[in-house]
Design a protein around this ligand. Sequence first.
Ligand code: HPA
Ligand code: ZN
Length: 338
Amino acid sequence: MTVASLEFIARLPKAELHLHIEGSLEPDLLLELAEKHKIDLLYKTIEEVEAAYQFDSLQSFLDLYYMGAGVLIDEQDFYDLMWRYLCRCREENIVHTEIMFDPQTHTGRGILFDVVINGFTRALEDARQQWGQSSSLIMCFLRHLPESEALLTLAQGLAHKDKILSVGLDSSEVGHPPEKFQKVFSLAKEAGFSRVAHAGEEGPVQYIHSAISLLDVQRIDHGVRCVDDPALVENLKKNRMPLTMCPLSNVRLCVFDQMREHPILKLLDEGLCVTVNSDDPSYFGGYLNENYLALAKALSMTESQAVQLARNSFEASFLDDTRKQLFLSKIDASALFV
Ligand code: HPA
Ligand code: ZN
C-alpha cells in the first residue's frame, strides 16, 4: 500500500473533466493582457495578485474570477489562455480534457461569441496537430443570470455545434437551483449536447437530486454534499454517476476546513465514480497533479487509489468506448513499471 508520489502521479495518463478555462488565467498573463489593452487593474504585480487570492466562499472567488476575465478582449487573448492550459496538459500527462468556458462572462461585456470560440478552437486544433491532444468543450450557463439569457447563449452555441460537445451550469449556486434551467437543458438535450451541472458544492444535496432528475445530466460537478444523503450515495454508486471533484478548490473556498476532511477517497473506496480535477487552478494553488498530490499528502492516497481515480476519469469522460479503452490500456501500461 504505497502512498502515491508526485513521480507516480505525473506518469499516470489522466483525463481532466472539470476545468474552467477562465480559471486558468495566471497572474502574469492577467497583467500582460491588462497592459496590452490599457485596463487599470487593482493590482500591479504578480505578488499583489497572488495576495488577493484569499477566499472565504464561492462568491468571494467568483468576484475576482469575473474581474480577471475582463482582460480577455481579442481572439488572440482567448487563444493564448487556452494554449497555456493545453501546454500544461502535455506537461502533466493529461491526455484528454473536457474544458468548461463561460460565454456569458464575455458576451455580457460586449465580446462577440465568435471571438471567444474561434480563439479557443484554434488553440485546441494546434495542440491536436502538434502532439495529438484530445479535448472537447463544455459551454456553461451562468446560473446567477436568468434562464432567458442562457437560452440566447444556447442559440449562439448552436451556430458552433461542431465545436461544442456539452453544456454545463456554473457560478453562484445557492439560491439558483437546477430547476431554474430545466427548459434550456431540455432544448440542449434535443439538440444533441451532453450535459453536466455544478451541484452540491456550496448548495444543498437536493440540488444534486434535481440536476439528475430535472436536467438529466450525465455527470455532477463537485457533488461533495452527496455525503448528506446515504440513499443518494447508494444510487450514485449503482448507476456509476460520475462526480468531478476538485480537492484544492474545496479547501480554498472553505467547503472543507482541511483536506483531510475531504470525502473523495472514502467515496472512491465505496465504489463511486469520483474523479480528481483542478477547477480554477490559477486561483486555487495547483493544476491536476497538485490536486492528486494533495490527496496523497493529506489522506495517504495509495498508488492503487490514484490508478482507480485516473481510470474513473476516462470512464466518466464523453469519449467513445474505443477511445476510452485505448486510454485505459495506457494506464495499465504506465502502472506496470512502478
Ligand atoms: N463553482 C461554480 N462556478 C464556478 C466555479 C466553481 O467552482 N469555478 C468557476 N465558476
Ligand atoms: Zn467548477
